[in-house]
Design a protein around this ligand. Structure first.
Ligand SMILES: NC(=O)c1ccc[n+]([C@@H]2O[C@H](COP(=O)([O-])OP(=O)(O)OC[C@H]3O[C@@H](n4cnc5c(N)ncnc54)[C@H](OP(=O)(O)O)[C@@H]3O)[C@@H](O)[C@H]2O)c1
Length: 247
């Protein structure tokens, strides 16, 4: 029997999720399984998609709907509720249950790569759905963090604060980009921070994986900082999504 899965987001053409699942289904001989990209102009278009595609058994959720999608769920997993963002939906008998696998995927990939010490501190750029997942992972790893937003009052700092006080960047070892700045096709942009402040002691993690080396990571590399893109996180969260859909 045909089984359908997919990704919903405002623009999904940048995503590697379809190729990841297409290859997985081919490799594992799952001939009746399909994964499609669904670009939804608004989150309210989800109702129409569900009505038109009754074979759907699971969805991934991407920018900018990880928080907005919560209102469509019949149930939400405890961890996703705590985070306040959902990137996986399991569909059963027309009912939607939300989960978050971004947080565990970030946790796992960060733990392997970042040499945490008692003094480690982090700075998170952006305050959206994936920023919330990153915050939860950092709490679990006992890494204190501060957040940065374009808007005053929404986070610990604005980008103007970072410009005025170089100690904010100098005082952290880990900087995580959770904004879409630099993501394909807008590859010539990057978060507006002073890259001159980066040193060989900084670890710079970009959740973006397309392109593999964003302008943010290129600038970090030029300063000799350690850097990592979001590809491994994408793969880990995809496998965790698969476990949820097939549990
Ligand atoms: N590798 C992976 O597995 C993985 C997983 C999750 C997400 N991601 C990537 O992470 C990025 C964010 O995804 P998301 O779902 O968290 O999106 P989101 O919910 O829309 O949040 C993005 C946040 O970035 C900030 N932002 C948006 N536009 C900006 C701009 N023009 N300039 C500066 N800041 C801006 C906003 O924070 P403020 O309004 O506070 O500034 C916003 O809340 C996407 O590129 C996505 O592909 C990758």
């Amino acid at each position: 029997m045909e089984k359908k899965y997919g990704l919903i987001g405002a623009t999904v053409s940048h995503s590697f999720s379809k190729s990841y699942f297409d290859e997985k289904f081919f490799r594992e001989g799952l001939r009746d399984y399909h994964y499609d990209l669904y670009s939804l102009p608004t989150i309210d278009d989800l109702k129409k998609l569900l009505a038109e595609t009754p074979e759907l058994e699971g969805l991934n959720v991407t920018i900018p709907y990880k928080e907005q999608v919560v209102k469509f769920l019949s149930e939400i997993d405890t961890e996703a509720k705590k985070i306040g963002a959902v990137n996986v939906i399991k569909i059963k008998n027309g009912k939607l249950k939300g989960f978050n696998t971004d947080s565990a995927a970030f946790f796992e990939t960060l733990q392997k790569w970042f040499p945490r010490t008692e003094q480690s501190k982090a700075l998170i750029l952006g305050t959206g759905g994936s920023a919330k997942a990153v915050q939860q992972a950092l709490k679990k790893l006992s890494i204190p963090y501060e957040t940065v937003s374009r808007e005053k009052g929404k986070a610990d700092h604005t980008y103007e604060d970072l410009d005025q006080d170089g100690k904010i960047i100098a005082g952290v070892q880990l900087i995580i980009n959770t904004t879409p700045l630099g993501m394909s096709p807008n590859t010539n942009t990057c978060p507006p921070i002073n890259y001159e402040l980066l040193t060989t002691d900084h670890y710079v993690y970009d959740l973006i994986y397309n392109p593999a080396r964003t302008l943010f990571l290129q600038k970090a590399e030029m300063r000799g900082a350690h850097f990592k893109n979001g590809l491994e996180m994408l793969h880990v969260q995809a496998e965790k999504s698969w476990e949820i859909w097939n549990n």
